[in-house]
Design a protein around this ligand. Structure first.
Ligand SMILES: Cc1cc2nc3c(=O)[nH]c(=O)nc-3n(C[C@H](O)[C@H](O)[C@H](O)COP(=O)(O)OP(=O)(O)OC[C@H]3O[C@@H](n4cnc5c(N)ncnc54)[C@H](O)[C@@H]3O)c2cc1C
Length: 489
């Protein structure tokens, strides 16, 4: 039996980012993954929402966006099939970054290696047991005991099952076929007359929906959705072509398959995010039935949990700190579930009812305020953690430009080390005292300061904002423990 402090099960994007966060904030995790090596399955094509701002806080945005075909505020977003147009509307917080999932995992893996994270490939967890002091995970040829374990092992999480956590929700009766193909002819599948008549996104046919698109030269993506009984086993090119024929009414010159998949959308949130010493994060905790939110919610889970686990392991975490993980992140998943279910419903409604609802929403989305509201919903910032006090509290700190003694900085740059920061914007002597060594105090000037001082958690969330220090000591104690407030007056 090997003793480890913290065990992460799953080296997908969420497990890798959690490992980075833990290492950055002082814990030493071990990551186990059943795959023999990092994979190249082309799942997500991009990230969007709050996670972009959070990755900026860690100084990771530059490396992730290098060479990306798109990074920034998108001109719009297809909500269900209703276009939301952001161009020309002020105050859109939503940024998107196109990055293929294998590349995202490779870059997060490189970052984890820089931080000294140990990843053990070919380690499939098959059993889990816990008592008051520890959790033990085992698989063929290994047994590890840790103080905590986190299941980042995806939608069909074994950890969730072994921890006895239910995963209520629904599975769509529609089958989704997705394939990536290398182009067979000069323009490949796009030469076909049936494809020339298709619009961007999913196209309705009498038998289902079909998508033909390309995100990189020489490779096209074909998707088919159809209501059909369960089929199990490996997907062959013949199965795929048959699905295309059923839904489009014709064969397509698909080319050479790179990757084929057949899934059903699921809409689920785990009934608990914690069972004793075991936590869930990412797809293990939630699955959404429409695109665009899974990585945003899952990766922010990792950043929310990382510093709380590190503080608890270091003995600095206040009572109940770990419980705030579920209290903050489960509502975020519920919110994403609501909007992705709405998107899925918009796509699935019968033609007449669907057309009526889509027309109505198109009219509503012509106004700026609903568009801003939808952008905040998709960004994940419309629901602050907790309520009361200054309007910044419970939200991601705005990326203000401040002038420190080292020159001009963005607030995001002050968060690279993953430490709590007290940003003292008026040089109030009573505030910039040493906060027990756990909080970094940065004295700065800011032309449009929203408060005299802002206390920022390691995950970039504002713990306190205000003037004169009223409530600061209580907030520092609430989030960073008793030792953090010794010198605050
Ligand atoms: C076709 C497709 C397109 C998508 N597009 C997007 C998109 O554009 N944007 C977006 O945000 N999301 C998208 N998603 C969803 C996104 O891919 C997932 O949300 C993401 O992979 C979840 O990351 P994760 O780390 O939680 O889990 P996973 O990526 O599933 O990683 C789980 C890891 O756990 C390992 N594991 C599982 N069981 C065990 C075990 N018992 N022991 C040890 N290891 C184990 C697995 O090998 C795997 O490496 C898409 C998904 C698909 C399928």
């Amino acid at each position: 039996m090997e003793d480890i402090i913290i065990i992460i099960i799953g080296a997908g994007p969420v497990g890798l980012l959690l490992a980075c966060e833990l290492s950055l904030t002082g814990a030493r995790p071990v990551v186990l993954d059943r795959r023999p090596q990092p994979g190249d399955t082309p799942k997500a094509n991009g990230l969007g929402g709050q996670i972009i701002d959070v990755l900026d806080h860690r100084g990771l945005l530059e490396r992730l966006s290098a060479g990306s075909p798109f990074f920034g505020v998108p001109p719009g977003f297809p909500f269900g099939s209703v276009p939301l147009r952001f161009a020309g509307v002020d105050g859109i917080p939503l940024r998107m970054l196109m990055i293929q999932q294998p590349r995202l995992e490779r870059l997060l893996g490189e970052r984890a290696a820089e931080l000294g994270v140990r990843i053990r490939w070919g380690h499939e967890v098959t059993s889990l047991a816990q008592d008051a002091e520890s959790v033990t995970v085992q698989g063929e040829g290994f047994a590890l005991r840790g103080r905590y374990a986190v299941g980042c092992d995806g939608g069909s999480s074994r950890v969730r099952e072994l921890a006895g956590i239910g995963f209520p929700g629904t599975t769509d009766d529609e089958q989704v076929w997705l394939g990536h193909f290398t182009t067979g002819t000069e323009t490949g599948v796009f030469d076909h007359p049936r494809v020339a008549g298709l619009g961007p996104g999913w196209n309705r046919t009498p038998a289902g929906r079909v998508l033909v698109t390309s995100l990189q030269p020489g490779v096209h993506i074909v998707g088919v959705r159809e209501v059909r009984g369960d089929a199990a086993g490996r997907v062959t090119i013949a199965d795929f072509q048959a699905a295309v024929r059923r839904v489009l009414g014709d064969d397509l010159p698909l080319g050479e398959p790179i990757w084929l998949s057949r899934t059903r959308s699921q809409a689920r949130v785990a009934e608990r995010y914690r069972s004793g010493r075991v936590f869930l994060a990412g797809d293990a905790a939630h699955l959404f039935p429409a695109g665009g939110s899974a990585l945003n919610v899952g990766l922010v889970d990792a950043v929310n949990l990382g510093w709380k686990l590190s503080a608890t392991l270091a003995g600095d975490g206040p009572e109940g700190l770990l419980d705030t993980y579920e209290a903050e992140r489960r509502p975020a998943a519920e919110r994403a579930l609501m909007q992705t279910r709405a998107q899925a419903a918009l796509e699935r409604l019968p033609q007449e009812e669907g057309d009526a609802l889509r027309s109505l929403l198109t009219e509503v989305f012509a106004y700026e305020e609903p568009v801003r509201h939808m952008a905040a919903l998709l960004h994940g910032s419309d629901l602050p953690y907790g309520s009361g006090g200054h309007s910044l509290i419970g939200r991601l700190v705005p990326d203000l430009r401040v002038v420190t003694e080292d020159g001009e900085r963005r607030v995001a740059e002050l968060m690279h080390r993953g430490r709590p920061v007290l940003l003292d914007l008026v040089g109030t002597a009573s505030l910039d005292q040493e906060l027990g060594g756990r909080v970094e105090v940065v004295r700065a000037r800011c032309a449009d300061a929203p408060a005299e001082a802002i206390l920022i958690r390691p995950d970039g969330v504002v713990a306190w904002a205000g003037s004169g220090g009223d409530g600061l000591a209580a907030a520092a104690e609430q989030w960073f423990g008793r030792g953090s407030v010794g010198a605050v007056r």
